[in-house]
Design a protein around this ligand. Structure first.
Ligand SMILES: Nc1nc2c(ncn2[C@@H]2O[C@H](COP(=O)(O)OP(=O)(O)OP(=O)(O)O)[C@@H](O)[C@H]2O)c(=O)[nH]1
Ligand SMILES: [Mg+2]
Length: 337
């Protein structure tokens, strides 16, 4: 169990692990924020504490609907999360909002930006909004978002919304941690459908053609029809294609229907076992990526390896050594250091 003598440094003087593990499931938001700070920390001493904390809280996790939301920059993801989040919070749900994007890939100030684009939701008693951990590689951010998601669940959040921008890699990362992956398209998507990466369309469990309001409504209608056709082609022979709906976060139109559709689909998947199967598969993927990351980090931390790596880089750059041959030589150092 938790060892209070191994108090993590980033929490020094504030609380200890046991207090944190007790406070978090009561819905104490400060405890949740602190716990996420701990799992986001990259200090070795904190990694140990984070693992202990997560292990202690593990029985209270897994009880949320995990929804991933993606779409091109400016399609309205944050505005949509504010609108849907409020709808869900007002219906009695406890909603957590997380983001998976290394801040480097965004224009600066995403933290402030997202909070100010979710002004009401960020003040709602049932909501918890946590911006993306900054300044890291995607792999690290994704791993920490998974852990933050478990902490939110342990704190009683029954819906977790994870926002990501439409860059292939982060979409795959989010898809691998959610129960439902929602793609937002702009009304202009009808003309641009060719340009939308096929991979993203394939990952989507559902599509919302967003900003279906005012002057944009007719274009949104057309985009939805074209998207529906594209989905039918893409998922031919697989039964029901993913739902394509219209909605607006400004008027609120379509959002209740969207949530009903998501719930209906997830209920059906729970009944036929696909829900649990997807979660187990994701846990397996997480395990494998954790092994990969750790192996690589430990290997690259060896001074002898670092030296050999630098030499290999030079040779590979000069074209005197084949990269695969260099990799084989480097990896051989593992067995005979
Ligand atoms: N007409 C209309 N405009 C909207 C709607 N939702 C968002 N917008 C506008 O679209 C713009 C972008 O909204 P955001 O919510 O910041 O979009 P985002 O996808 O989160 O953007 P990034 O985080 O930068 O990728 C803002 O000017 C919003 O006011 C909508 O439903 N209808
Ligand atoms: Mg946003």
């Amino acid at each position: 169990m938790l060892d209070p003598s191994r108090q993590p440094r980033s929490l020094a003087g504030v609380t200890d692990l046991r207090e944190l593990a007790e406070a978090l499931p009561t819905g104490d938001r400060r405890a949740l924020a602190r716990a996420i700070t701990l799992v986001e920390s990259r200090r070795d001493s904190d990694a140990d504490a984070a693992e202990q904390l997560l292990t202690a809280l593990l029985p209270g996790t897994g009880n949320s609907l995990r929804i991933g939301i993606t779409g091109a920059p400016g399609v309205g993801k944050s505005t949509f999360i504010e609108a849907l989040g409020l709808q869900l919070c007002n219906a009695g749900h406890k909603v957590a909002v997380l983001a998976v994007d290394p801040s480097s890939s965004r224009t600066g100030g995403s933290i402030l930006g997202d909070k100010t684009r979710m002004p009401e939701l960020s003040r709602h008693a049932n909501a918890f909004i946590r911006p993306s951990p900054g300044g890291e590689t995607l792999g690290g951010v994704a791993a920490r978002t998974r852990e933050a998601m478990l902490l939110c669940e342990a704190a009683g959040h029954d819906i977790v919304l994870i926002e990501t921008i439409g860059t292939g890699q982060s979409e795959v990362a989010v898809h691998s941690m959610v129960d439902y992956f929602l793609l937002l398209l702009s009304p202009a998507a009808g003309d641009e459908l060719q340009g939308i990466k096929r991979g993203v369309m394939e990952l989507a469990d559902g599509v919302l053609v967003h900003k279906a309001d005012g002057d944009l409504a007719p274009a949104a209608d057309r985009a939805a029809q074209q998207c529906l056709l594209a989905m039918r082609v893409l998922h031919a022979g697989e039964g029901e294609p993913p739902a394509v709906l219209l909605g607006s976060s400004v008027t609120g139109k379509g959002l209740p229907e969207l949530w009903q559709t998501i719930e209906r689909q997830l209920t059906a998947r729970r009944a036929d076992g696909r829900f649990a199967e997807r979660r187990s598969h994701q846990a397996g993927e997480w395990l494998e990526s954790a092994v990969r990351e750790r192996l690589l980090a430990e290997f690259l931390a060896e001074p002898a390896v670092q030296q050999a790596m630098a030499t290999a880089h030079e040779q590979v750059a000069r074209g005197t050594l084949l990269p695969t041959a260099a990799a084989r030589r480097l990896l051989a150092m593992r067995r005979s250091p």
